[in-house]
Design a protein around this ligand. Sequence first.
Ligand code: ATP
Length: 461
Amino acid sequence: MAYARILIVDDETVLSRSLQIDLQDDGFAVDTADSGEAALALIETSRPDLVLLDLRLPGINGIHVLEKIRTYTENPAVIIMTAYGDTQTTVEAIKCGADDFINKPFELRELKRLIHKALDVQKEKREFEYLKYQQRRFRRFSNLVGESEAMQSVFEKIELLAEADDCNVLILGESGTGKDLVASAIHYKSRRSKSPFVEINCTAFPESLLESELFGYEKGAFTDAKARKVGLLELGEGGSIFLDEIGEMALASQAKLLMFLEKKKFKRLGSGKDLEVDARIIAATNRDLEKAMRDRRFRQDLYYRLNVASLHLPPLRQRKSDIPLLVDYFLKSFCEEMGKEAMTPSAKVMDLFLSYPWHGNVRELRNVIERAVIFSRGHVIEIEHLPQEMLGSTGKTIRDFFKATDQIDSLPIDEVLAEVEKELIENALKASGGNKSSAAENLGISRFSLKRRLDRLKLDR
Ligand SMILES: Nc1ncnc2c1ncn2[C@@H]1O[C@H](COP(=O)(O)OP(=O)(O)OP(=O)(O)O)[C@@H](O)[C@H]1O
């Protein structure tokens, strides 16, 4: 554990001082205390990762110190330093939750070995705690709202996939359609719900780092591998691993993942030993994987492995009947969160919501509502509480533009069509984060055709 802090509790000050110097030389931050009282006061302030505790102390004895430590939320590892023949007290200390013990006088090398071992275990425990915290967070937010036929069929599929909790799942859908939420719903409705739901965004790490995050590594596997690292796959034992944006995973990592899917076994980097993990893979992507396969950016065999059970989340513009319910849901939650009184959208706002193309899907709707709740003082969300981009440069959407037939009548048709084409292309590019292939795909045209239109409309700057 990098920069670990150690507290030495011993009334033999010569011993603790020399230990302190030795451990500091190894890069640890080290404090000392010569009594139980001093130790407890220091633990509150310096929050050590590990305590080296002598049992025979003046005042409060070691066992009492240990009992007190175990009541703290920041729970450091504890190694007992004990005199030969103190077996009874040592057993008592282990029962009280000491992680290890060493008999005095000891070899420094042996003590250091125990320290590293205890710190490794401590680190793993903290990682599990973090996962549990994430799990609680997810459960709180795993509310999926929708009443359209499309969403009813998604809910049905979630139930079925939760039951079939050994098969891997592939969730497809544009960005912001709720793939994260669906993945966590599948996990929490399944038999695996008491075990971790581990989320990894494949774009969050460079290629080599993603592998070490997923599979872990042994000490010395590469230059920076100073200590063993348990991979996220192992942390997900019994639970589900959510691989978000799997379409972006490098080919080498895809090969390793495929091996894991086939054998349920993998090796930590730098280790020859197979590790077995029972974890279900739930993968998601907003990419067209079939196209990625044709472009040789995604392995066919991995696709077929994952695609056994797939679920497609339709874009919000294809399930507009969900919009009123979602608006109501987000308005309620943001008003509550910000301590504001209940709000409703004006009729004009709701009309606009129903006609707007929502290329950023539910995420965009959620953000628009959050902003409107912040900016509105009254009980009604009005057009002026919405972002300018939603209204278009003329303050109107394309649909409004078409509705105003008198305006269209007075304009040359090419100009009107170019305006519409421009807006659709700009929206698609915005939704795809500037990615032309994916924008072209969403517009139902080839990349080449998009390029030609960008040139013609002078949009490609
Ligand atoms: N059906 C829904 N009901 C309630 N909230 C939803 C729904 N769908 C999406 N959301 C909300 O929209 C936001 C985006 O959802 P999520 O992150 O699950 O989308 P995603 O498809 O995984 O996006 P990306 O591909 O960008 O990762 C989140 O805040 C989520 O809570």
